[in-house]
Write a protein that binds this ligand. Sequence first.
Ligand code: ACO
Ligand code: OAA
Length: 377
Amino acid sequence: MAEAKKLGGAGLRGQVAGETALCTVGKTGAGLTYRGYDITDLAENAQFEEVAYLLLRGKLPNQQELDEYKAKLQSLRSLPDALKLVLEQIPKDAHPMDVMRTGCSMLGNLETENDFSEQDDKIDRMMAVFPAIITYWYRFAQEGVRIDTANTESDSIGGVFLELLHGKKPSELHERVMNVSLILYAEHEFNASTFTARVCASTLSDIHSCVTGAIGSLRGPLHGGANEAAMALIQKFQTPEEAEQGLMGMLERKEKIMGFGHAIYSDSDPRNAIIKKWSEQLAEEVGDTVLYPVSVRCEEVMWREKKLFCNADFFHASAYHFMGIPTELFTPIFVMSRVSGWAAHVKEQRANNRIIRPSADYTGPESCEWQPIEKRA
Ligand SMILES: CC(=O)SCCNC(=O)CCNC(=O)[C@H](O)C(C)(C)COP(=O)(O)OP(=O)(O)OC[C@H]1O[C@@H](n2cnc3c(N)ncnc32)[C@H](O)[C@@H]1OP(=O)(O)O
Ligand SMILES: O=C([O-])CC(=O)C(=O)O
């Protein structure tokens, strides 16, 4: 087992900023658990809804609880007319993460959380309606159609997303891969977007504000946006040899390679092996002879040259692409999943709250003398 990564320096790295019972990340150099369950077991055996229930309600559901939870989510999939109207106003070339942010914020105006006793219902509603928000806007902006988001054959969040996006029930394989992907992305301790949510929660703000802020943090290419950036990278190359040459040049120019490295893991991200396996299977299904081999070569080169490994985002890029998902929708899928983790953290923060307010080392000027405006340079 690898040594734990040496943590220090800027970015609050290595500093404990609170407690959580939700997740461990890289505890022995690798490894990821949600409430004590290993990510590999969850990805192999669970439905995403079971994992969301585990995070949000504190235990794995029994069959009746799972059926009731899924039925509840199914009943909450329709969009309010006022939200549809807002989505229809958003430019067709907007970034879908901005659409998610606006959609979540508008939902908070229409269905405001007035009291924390309402938190579970508000969270269930967000879980149910996020796939509807993004696909309603996308299909309206791209095709001018107004889809009925409440009416689907699929009953899983991943299946509903694919069905609303493509206008037909997905294959079993695609629904399964979406399910695995949503499980892998659901929770990751005090990552940047979750910490954003917790800081917001610590002021006793409402759940929609916490999640809207978290969406903004997830959008950046150093965090969730890396899956889109990884797609842009691998699409540049036609062969593994071209990829090798391209990467060597980027490394020489000291460019960041998106989808590689991690703030906590030292030598692997346990989510990578899982999604890589599914990406390979999807590559076989679509007869791909370019993107998957290019991705594998990128992985080899980065490890050989820099000891940098693929994080969760890298093989998600090819996997999503093989399922016909447009690149700009990759990070919104992360939102559809991570809302479960964010919301679980908000609940945890609220249950034992103190406002999060660290200190800073001051580096500015000392004791300046006041200058009237006419005397200033
Ligand atoms: C789901 C997720 O959010 S996973 C993360 C997704 N983000 C990405 O894939 C973006 C690319 N990766 C990165 O930018 C970084 O690895 C981060 C943001 C994930 C972690 O950042 P840090 O904790 O600061 O990384 P770390 O301390 O390990 O960096 C060590 C060195 O490796 C370099 N490095 C780290 N990742 C990369 C990379 N992907 N490409 C090139 N160089 C890198 C750093 O620049 C640093 O070099 P330096 O010492 O010369 O400055
Ligand atoms: O933990 C992190 O810093 C980033 C990450 O992998 C995640 O949020 O899934």
